[in-house]
Design a protein around this ligand. Sequence first.
Ligand code: ZN
Length: 378
Amino acid sequence: MPAGFQVWATGEWQNAKDILTSDYFARWEKAHTSKEVISIFSENELKTSEVFKTSEVSNVAFRFKASDVPDFAFAASDHYNWDANSVVVDDKTGRRTFVSAAYNTASTDYPQVAKIAADGIRMMSTWLPGYPFPYPVMTVFNGDDGMEYPMMCNDVSTAPRSPMGLTLHEISHTYFPFMMGINEQDHAWMDEGWAAFFDYLLSDSLSNHTEGGVRDYSSIAGTENDVPPMVKSRNLSTAYRNASYQRPSQAYFTLLDLLGYEKFHQCMTEYMNRWKGKHPAPFDFFQTWNNASGQNLDWFWKPWFFDWGYPDLGIQGVVNDEAANCQVILVERKGNIPIPLHLVVEYSDGSKETFHQTAAVWRDGKQNLRISCAEGKK
Ligand SMILES: [Zn+2]
């Protein structure tokens, strides 16, 4: 690079000590073990020519080293700010990931990004997907897109909106398609569906339930743009987004509810252990989860991923059960895609009761459910 430019890239930076002056090298080193976000340099500092050892216009070689990556990306700037911190991603070994944000001063959302990224990586490592983050480095670079690369994201400023959803979405792609090689041209739902699922759950949790946004499936379900995800992505046009993001992420939410966190996490871990560094295709996913859950989930996979249709439940009516002295709500399965039942009943005395059934109630092809209300109440 010409003098005056910093480079961020896939991999660990090998020759920082040769390029940064001692003060800035000390900040960079400190950030590798710091939970708090440290400014490696600001735009103003970068422009004072105190940051680099050489101010000559000459070739400066930045060296990076990476393993287990299917691709390489780099970015450079002579005026960006650089924030960094670090996070433990594996409690057993104490292994950390060095997390950076490199950004334009005009991007007013970006000072939050390094912390959001580190908090998100911690949750990915310990909660969902609940698998230690595989890379030693992650840099969110302020570009003009929302795009994932190994150890890098190219993310537009979302100001005045929070950068949380975009940051977490792109970083969560580390698992799919980089740690697990996914063929996006054929089966985009095998990575975008997961990234949409993680970004919702992680954003919702990190922001105390204010940031998350389930990408809307209900308005598309059953329309001509609701194509079964198993149709190869390369053949989809306007139906691509729903088949890759909305519908599969809803399938994964339904699956989490169905299996419960412990079993869901066990299946995810098994899936990752078996297919890390390889190229799982759809049947590898279905069969690994069937096997790891100890259940044949084909009744679930088929309608969600192979069939045309939509999820829909309806209330047929309320009847009296005189023998049990209670009222019974009759629920009808109107759509073929299995979903959980969330029902809030308000009684005439003002009290409320919540009923929940996972999608498993529809496993055996049942078309109706009877929900018995509290005794004596209307
Ligand atoms: Zn994505």
